[in-house]
Design a protein around this ligand. Structure first.
Ligand SMILES: [Zn+2]
Length: 295
């Protein structure tokens, strides 16, 4: 009888395990343009601290040269270095982004994480919320179910993304916040005003964390926070450690807690981390590798 009960118990455990493995997974990527890791030492950032304690993180992730925003965001969403995706500057000609990006030995354009997810599942729900005005030129909006742009403050972009996450059952949400980069260009990355923007980013991150806790408490949601570059003076800090080094934090059901990643992670690894959660194979032309140490 005891053996029978043990067998029944194990069977029920396996049922539960297989059920939880089938739960739909959501990935939210919070991209904070120009977020400088070197100001974290002075800033009050309780919500970044929460991610460090409950997830895997590094403050030594590496951006790519050329150290402009568009090439690096393109790297993050195509899992590739700029020499592969061919976006080498900031620009506002849509054709630059949609027609140039290539993939050696393949005629099709280098696909983004959004395209790859839709190819796997045409019903996958994707939202992109930007606070810049040029991010959308890096993506094919035909693959996006909900796109919203708000250029005058980061909060409305975040609020719209949270509303989309709450009211739908999305697979992938991408949020781009631009206020740190703007403050860096206006006042300098070493300024007191810039520091308040880092704390603003932390406050908005806290709002996002609360919305995830309210929905599924990270049972089925993975949150990735990343920047495209840091900065020095009133510029991105081309060729400097302050410019090239950025934060990357990941929290989710399959992610190690309180784990500092080894040095050498590239920001384009974000694409692989996101696709792994969603069960999407990395594209054969993507150059980024997975980050096995965080599981
Ligand atoms: Zn930028």
């Amino acid at each position: 009888m005891k053996y029978l009960l043990t067998i029944v118990f194990c069977f029920l455990c396996m049922m539960h395990l297989s059920f939880s493995q089938q739960e739909k997974q959501t990935v939210i990527i919070l991209g904070i343009d120009g977020l400088n890791v070197y100001r974290f030492e002075e800033a009050e950032t309780p919500n970044f601290d929460f991610l460090k304690q409950n997830g895997s993180w590094t403050f030594e992730a590496q951006a790519n040269e050329p150290l402009y925003s568009s090439p690096n965001w393109k790297s993050i969403i195509t899992g590739s270095s700029p020499d592969v995706h061919k976006v080498l500057k900031n620009g506002f000609d849509k054709d630059v982004y949609l027609n140039d990006p290539g993939c050696e030995s393949e005629l099709e354009k280098l696909p983004t994480i959004f395209t790859m997810l839709k190819r796997k599942d045409a019903n996958a729900k994707i939202g992109v919320f930007e606070h810049w005005g040029a991010f959308h030129k890096l993506i094919d909006k035909n693959n996006i179910d909900k796109y919203a742009k708000w250029r005058f403050g980061p909060k409305p972009s975040l609020n719209r993304a949270i509303k989309f996450y709450k009211n739908n059952d999305p697979d992938l949400v991408f949020i781009h916040l631009d206020h740190c980069d703007r403050a860096g260009h206006l006042y300098g990355h070493e300024s007191a005003k810039y520091l308040t923007k880092v704390e603003k980013a932390d406050e908005l991150l806290g709002k996002l964390i609360k919305s995830i806790q309210a929905k599924d408490n990270f049972e089925n949601t993975t949150l990735i926070v990343v920047a495209d570059h840091g900065g020095k003076g009133k510029d991105h800090g081309h060729g400097t450690v302050e410019g090239m080094t950025v934060p990357l934090l990941v929290i989710g059901p399959a992610i190690k807690k309180n784990y500092e990643m080894k040095a050498g992670i590239k920001i384009q690894n974000v694409a692989i981390i996101a696709m792994k959660v969603l069960g999407v194979e990395r594209h054969k032309c993507w150059t980024a590798l997975g980050v096995d140490e965080i599981y």
